[in-house]
Design a protein around this ligand. Structure first.
Ligand code: HEM
Length: 354
């Protein structure tokens, strides 16, 4: 029987030429900072891993206060490799946030956000916010006492936000306190709403990168350099790096499976020394710097306002850094970037140690 090859089958039906040309035309600048280019790809790989392991767990997880905790116990004790996939999902999430921050700080220091790539930065920044909400919503799904207490503190903190705080708290909790309604709501966010928005935004982010091509650091612009083809050179390097990252996630997953605490009891006092996920620590430590009242105003509200202004400024950097958009050096924004990085690392470390 004449069995045409798969490639011929497609070529007879679809015109691949456009895509082939696009792939052939994609080049990446080679220079001493080009390692940063791989951080976005690593983040992408970790997101794919999260989708796959999350889908597997969704087959068994039950989003109800009477069964959520028990269903996770069942996943890790009764299902073949269930503990491993849960552990992969946990460590994949941690590393995804680590690489998101590395990717963000890399693009910040290389000023890849400058004109015409402002919207690449904007879509990336929204993705960071969504990823943090992914973490918070996923944390509650375990429904153990630590997750319960942490989400109670986080959603309570959202309530201190001026003007919209009350609405925000009620919207997040879906009820007057953290209850089964909150669990169901966080589940819907975690497995349906956030993934759909994330897929659309990652698509847009990467499409914009393809549209503009990779940026060249300001200090190397106009200097002689080599451009290397994305297919196969950079792509193969991407795959090799992903393999190493996968090895790291698997190692963590096998050696340090995440703990499961005592089942949440909304009427019990919160456990001592509860800590949110590490990427919230810098915010928590910042809030602690402020006294209870400042000139008669609620200190927490003022602290939240200050953090919001800090984040907003960070978000708007591509539009504020006029010099780098004109192709001129802008050491002020390099220093601002470095200050943000140092502040984030120091406050996170203080949060860990306190
Ligand atoms: C789910 C999260 C994200 C994914 C999957 C992702 C993925 C990528 C990929 C694959 C690239 C192209 C290669 C590279 O530079 O590494 C890229 C470029 C870029 N990303 Fe992201 N990214 C994410 C989040 C972010 C965040 C949080 C920011 C900053 C706020 C950001 C800003 C940028 C910029 C400015 C570029 C262009 C780099 C250049 O042209 O040199 N991204 N991203």
């Amino acid at each position: 029987m004449n069995c045409p090859r798969l490639k011929d089958w497609f070529e007879e039906r679809y015109d691949w030429k456009g895509i082939k040309r696009l792939a052939k035309e994609k080049f990446v600048p080679e220079h001493r900072y080009d390692l940063w280019y791989y951080t976005g790809g690593i983040t992408l790989f970790l997101f794919i891993l999260q989708f796959l392991t999350g889908m597997l767990m969704a087959l068994y997880y039950v989003p109800h206060i009477h069964f959520a905790y028990e269903s996770i116990i069942e996943i890790v004790t009764k299902l073949n490799m269930g503990w491993f996939f849960r552990s992969l999902h946990h460590w994949g999430a941690q590393l995804a946030i680590v690489f998101l921050f590395i990717h963000l700080f890399g693009t910040l220091l290389l000023k890849s956000y400058r004109k015409p790539r402002e919207m690449v930065w904007v879509t990336g920044f929204v993705l960071l916010g969504i990823s943090i909400f992914f973490g918070l919503s996923g944390y509650l799904l375990l429904w153990d006492e630590r997750a319960f207490a942490a989400v109670r503190v986080a959603t309570g903190g959202a309530g201190a936000f001026p003007v919209i705080g009350g609405f925000l708290k009620a919207f997040l909790r879906g009820s007057i306190d953290v209850t089964g309604d909150t669990l169901l709501r966080f589940y819907a966010f975690h497995v349906a709403i956030l993934p759909i928005i994330t897929l659309a935004l990652i698509g847009l982010h990467i499409l914009l990168v393809q549209f503009h091509g990779m940026s060249v650091p300001l200090s190397l612009e106009g200097k002689k350099r080599r451009d290397i083809p994305f297919f196969p050179n950079v792509f193969l390097k991407d795959l090799m790096i992903w393999l190493v990252v996968f090895g790291v996630v698997v190692t963590f997953a096998v050696l340090l499976p995440p703990e499961i605490g005592v089942k949440a009891d909304p009427l019990a006092p919160p456990p001592e020394n509860i800590k949110p996920e590490w990427y919230f620590l810098f915010m928590l430590e910042t809030l602690k710097l402020f006294p209870g009242t400042i000139l008669g105003f609620n200190g927490e509200t003022i602290a939240i306002l200050c953090v919001t202004v800090g984040i907003l400024f960070f978000f708007l950097i591509p539009f504020l850094d006029r010099k780098s958009s004109r192709g001129e050096k802008s050491p002020l924004f390099t220093w601002i970037g470095v200050m943000y990085i140092i502040y984030f690392i120091v406050m996170t470390a203080v949060g860990f140690l306190s």
